[in-house]
Design a protein around this ligand. Structure first.
Ligand code: PMP
Ligand code: GLU
Length: 406
């Protein structure tokens, strides 16, 4: 029989998990949920998730899939019918030609990108991330024992890198370049010309794989969606990662995908075959309907996000010292808050954006995410994927909370 001493000995976890940071977006959402469960009314702008429900016709497709017994294991890269629908979507929306054999469906774009990084990187390889970047990218690079190389950007360049910065960041060890446009957390969008200028740099460095995270494709406030995959000289080493979470309000269904060179698609399928297998059949059938049907619910949601963006920017401009950027897509704004660092409120000493977000949550019950997690300390991220009433309340609390600091 085990002695009590043995029974209480802590499990020694692997370094890979003890050294891994918790996802800051998920942590802030969890902290807000806990406060709500304690009875506090929290105005939550932490999680990047549409507040809309999945459109009815997509839900119906999911219900029908249950009735039709899509309850078995699915092919690891996804049903052929879904991969065909994705290939048609890529042609229809992006003028990109892919064969279904180049498409792998996963349990969210998060898994798609993790598969890619694990399939591409050896220990010591470098992955270039323009900062601010989405929180999970460096964690995935770390899990692959590769190194993150960041390219800093500022609001004066609309949080976009220049071709010169890219050129300087590439080394013989660079394995991949990973970015999102529209960007989480800034809402920055690269134009066709800007992507073209970056593409010219990549042409000189054929050892670099480009991963273009396009999950916010449909949430853009001007026409079109330029993609770096459209530059034909790069196509055989560019991967488009996308998913259903944002554009069609299907976050919880967990469907993402990549369109990739076939060798990489096969590698991701192999990886997924050992980790998770094919994603849920019911979710895949619903996704097939979402991708193939009329996108008007998506465009209605986008128009509402655009109105909310205007509302948020208008309110943020009334807060002395805050410098908001002008998002062109996604549903985030990423203001600089440096002017509030080094201030106090009673026992609260605000030295970093992490302190600021903690103060705002615990004292004013408004939830945001510190820029540190996105590689840009001195900023906070606000998600405006929330109702007008929540936004107004949150911005009012934010204003009072910031003005109370001295
Ligand atoms: N990429 C970006 C830039 C994101 O913001 C997110 C979070 N939704 C994802 C990928 C992952 O999305 P999901 O796993 O829900 O498809
Ligand atoms: N991607 C969303 C966000 O940035 C959802 C949370 C997450 O997966 O990180 O808030």
């Amino acid at each position: 029989m085990a002695s009590p001493q043995h029974a209480t000995a802590p499990t020694a976890l692997a370094d890979r998990i003890t050294c891994l940071a918790e996802s800051a977006t998920i942590k802030m959402a969890q902290d807000s949920r806990e406060l709500k469960n304690q009875g506090f009314d929290v105005a939550d702008l932490s999680l990047g998730e549409p507040d809309f429900d999945t459109p009815e016709h997509i839900k119906e497709a999911g219900i029908q899939a249950i009735r039709d017994n899509y309850s078995h294991y699915t092919p690891v890269p996804g049903y052929l019918s879904l991969r065909q629908a994705i290939a048609e979507k890529l042609k229809r929306d992006n003028n990109l030609q892919y064969d279904p054999s180049q498409i792998v469906v996963s349990t969210g774009a998060k898994q798609s990108i993790a598969n890619l990084i694990l399939c591409l990187c050896n220990p010591g390889d470098e992955v270039i991330l323009p900062a601010p970047y989405w929180v999970s990218y460096p964690a995935m690079v770390q899990l692959a024992e590769a190194n993150t190389v960041t390219i800093p950007t500022t609001v004066s360049h609309n949080f976009k890198i220049t071709p010169q910065q890219l050129e300087e960041a590439i080394t013989p060890n660079t394995k991949a370049f990973l970015f999102s446009s529209p960007c989480n957390p800034t809402g920055a969008v690269y134009s066709e010309e800007e992507l073209g200028a970056l593409a010219e740099v990549f042409e000189r460095h054929p050892h670099v794989t480009i991963i273009s995270d396009e999950i916010y494709e449909y949430i853009r406030f001007s026409e079109g969606h330029p993609t770096i995959a459209s530059f034909t000289k790069l196509k055989d080493r560019t991967v488009v990662a996308n998913g259903l979470s944002k554009g069609v309000a299907m976050t919880g269904w967990r469907v993402g995908y990549i369109a990739a060179p076939e060798q990489l698609a096969k590698a991701c399928t192999k990886m997924q075959g050992q980790f998770t297998s094919g994603t849920c059949g019911i979710a895949q059938k619903a996704a097939e309907t979402a991708i193939s049907s009329d996108l008007s619910p998506t465009f209605q949601m986008r128009d509402i996000f655009k109105e909310r963006k205007e509302l948020v920017l208008k309110e943020l401009k009334t807060i002395d010292g805050l410098s908001p950027n002008k998002p062109e897509g996604a549903f985030y704004v990423f203001p600089n808050v440096e002017v509030f660092l080094g201030t106090t409120y009673h026992d609260w000493h605000i030295e970093t954006a992490v302190d600021l977000c903690s103060y705002l949550l615990n004292v004013w019950h408004v939830s945001t995410v510190p820029g540190d997690a996105f590689g840009s300390p001195g900023h906070i991220r606000l998600s405006y994927a929330a109702s007008d009433a929540t936004l107004k309340e949150a911005l009012d609390r934010l204003k009072r909370g910031l003005q109370a600091l001295c």
